[in-house]
Write a new protein. Structure first.
Length: 127
C-alpha cells in the first residue's frame, strides 16, 4: 500500500481516536518496558492466549492544525476492552494520548511503520 494513501485514509478515521487506559501487568519476573510497546504486547499475548495484540497509531503531540501519530500496540481483553501495558516515563503524557486501530492485516501495519515511523493528520479532531 502506498504510504500517502494509507495516511489519507487513516486521517479520515481520526474521529475513532479513543483513550486507552494503562494497566500495570507482569508475568513472573517480566514487566513491560518503556518505549517497547510492540514487544511488550507480543510477550503479553504469548502468555495470555485469551488476549489479542491490537496494532495502531497513537496521537503523540499537537502540530499546527493537527496531531502527530506514532505506531503503537495495545492489548484487547476477552471482553473486547482495550488496555495499554506499556509504561511511560511521564505518565501525565498519557492524558493527551488517543489511539486509533490499524485497519488491515499485520503485514501492512509493519510495512507502514517501516515506511514512516510517524505522520501528521491535519484539520482533524481526536476524541
Amino acid at each position: 500500500m502506498d504510504p500517502q494513501a494509507y495516511v489519507t485514509a487513516f486521517c479520515q478515521r481520526m474521529h475513532e481516536a479513543t483513550r486507552v487506559p494503562f494497566e500495570s501487568v507482569s508475568v513472573d519476573d517480566w514487566r513491560p518496558e518503556v518505549a517497547h510497546c510492540h514487544e511488550n504486547v507480543t510477550a503479553w499475548v504469548e502468555q495470555n492466549s485469551d488476549h489479542v495484540a491490537v496494532r495502531g497509531w497513537v496521537t503523540w503531540y499537537a502540530v499546527y492544525n493537527g496531531v502527530r501519530l506514532t505506531p503503537h500496540s495495545v492489548v484487547q481483553a476477552p471482553d473486547g476492552c482495550l488496555f495499554d501495558i506499556t509504561p511511560l516515563i511521564n505518565e501525565t503524557e498519557r492524558l493527551g494520548m488517543r489511539f486509533v486501530r490499524h485497519v488491515g492485516d499485520e503485514q501492512t501495519f509493519w510495512e507502514m511503520k517501516a515506511a514512516m515511523n510517524a505522520f501528521d493528520c491535519y484539520d482533524c479532531e481526536a476524541a
